[in-house]
Design a protein around this ligand. Sequence first.
Ligand code: NAP
Length: 265
Amino acid sequence: MITEQEVPATVWLTGASSGIGLALARMFAHEGFRVLATARNQDALNALKREFPARITPLPGDTTSREDVARLAKTLREQGAIELAILNAGTCEYLDVRHFDSELVGRVMETNVMGTVRCVEAVLPVLRQTRSSGLPARLAIMSSSAWWFPFPRAEAYSASKAALTTFALSLRADLAAENIPVTIISPGFVRTPLTDRNDFPMPFRIDADKAARIICRGLQRGHNEIAFPKRFTGLLKLLACLPRPLADRIAANLARNEQQKDSVL
Ligand SMILES: NC(=O)c1ccc[n+]([C@@H]2O[C@H](COP(=O)([O-])OP(=O)(O)OC[C@H]3O[C@@H](n4cnc5c(N)ncnc54)[C@H](OP(=O)(O)O)[C@@H]3O)[C@@H](O)[C@H]2O)c1
């Protein structure tokens, strides 16, 4: 991608204070990129800056706040070329269908879908400017492979990531003429504060540094799809080939097991 320039290439990374985003920020900074790091937790961003004083620029903000994103958009325009935007900020809340809560679904959609969409609006003019000065520019959107199968309690999270993926696919088509590729990142389980809260088995879970290495490599090779770990995404692809009634039965059994486990606790 952007490796052989005299000036370090610049990455805007949201969700840089924790988990996969923090690991990505460290990896890009270590490789000599300038990282504009966004998240709400300013202390965590300042700590990251202390690790790589010359490479990290904290740009704190809440991606669900119109005012914050408008302010971020203005700051991004003042940064010069941005060759890569990784919109990674996200959240997960599980729905208990016995106490259906539309507010919960709204919160997850707001952060994962609208937060990301607002960030696209903020960074797109800068990516266009970067392209028009002859440099490459790429947009990467953090989805998930979780929505490829109807896992129990995942209504909000899966719907948000499915929406984000189809949003990104159309955006990829529309931006193709401008030569701004859109990468969709679809991890399986990664060990982070987000998944540390999960109380169910997480097959093939990998650590955040490994996830960051895979993502970084995929982006540097110009991949439009980055899905991993292969054993997990391969299994999900197999499940997706099952006839719908069979897949529904497996999903309902998983959900029943979860509910029975909850009622024992
Ligand atoms: N871990 C997994 O197994 C896994 C699998 C597939 C996809 N993902 C996706 O990967 C991304 C990162 O997840 P993670 O596992 O690394 O979780 P994490 O450790 O909880 O990190 C989430 C990051 O998003 C930021 N964030 C959340 N809400 C925000 C908001 N309103 N404004 C700005 N920043 C916000 C958080 O920063 P602040 O709290 O400081 O704002 C934090 O830096 C998410 O999109 C998640 O859906 C994770």
